[in-house]
Design a protein around this ligand. Sequence first.
Ligand code: NAD
Length: 265
Amino acid sequence: MGCGAIGSLVARLLEKKKSSFRVTAVLDAVPASALKLSKSLKSRPEVCSNLGQLLSKCDWVLEAASVKAALPAAEAALKRRKPLVMMSTGGFLLNQKKLSALATKYRTKIYLPSGALCGLDGLKAARQIGKIRELSITSTKPPAGFKGAPGLTAAQKRLLDQSKSAFYLYKGDVWGAVQRFPANVNVAATTALASGTPQKLKVRVMADPKLQSNQHEIHVSGDFGELTAVTRNRPSKENPKTSALAIQAALALFERLESYVEVGN
Ligand SMILES: NC(=O)c1ccc[n+]([C@@H]2O[C@H](COP(=O)([O-])OP(=O)(O)OC[C@H]3O[C@@H](n4cnc5c(N)ncnc54)[C@H](O)[C@@H]3O)[C@@H](O)[C@H]2O)c1
């Protein structure tokens, strides 16, 4: 579901890698995008016009649409007991209670890939015993990556066009960040969820006209010690808001799901 930068590349690469996950059906709010993807695949997946049709044609769902589309997609998939890989992790965060309850009720898993971010393995281990004292993420992207974000003020829009130096667009909690920059801070949502204490996460969002990459830095300190992980991502050619690594993370998850040996936590 969602045949943009992530959905299209993941589908093509699953086919190229001869994964045991086959793309059987595709759906996009823009039907031409679904048709284009279907035509590019040897398996010629069915082009669906609604969620119900999509769900009747598959065993698993990859959601790669939007934070807004994530809730209805997840609700429908879980009610039909179809495991779901969700790229719009902000959509999960905003509906965490509801979706966790549904997943438990229908005994169906939701997978939230690490996406464009490294360091979550360490964070997940760090929180098992002892306290986490500090938890932060700073996401910095070139100005083009923030165009169209719903949370931009008029002054910030001007800065995105004119500023020659880096500036903050947001400092605050993760829920505010997802609402204001839904297409930019899925990594913050995933970090918050991986930590088990989303309320502790301090989120900073920055635009930097000198930057060529999408950069995420997480910092964690606690009884385990200290962890800083910096990821400098090449933006995907298809969508500058999205990092190439996010696409590769979805592929890595599918690889893990079909493997009998799993590496990493
Ligand atoms: N987890 C991460 O680290 C991470 C990283 C990058 C992007 N993302 C998120 O993944 C999602 C996909 O990213 P992308 O770069 O492929 O975006 P994209 O804009 O390139 O593609 C999204 C596609 O979904 C379609 N779509 C939107 N709403 C839909 C709906 N209700 N039903 C069906 N199709 C719909 C759009 O028409 C578009 O073709 C976005 O929500 C993005 O924010 C997550």
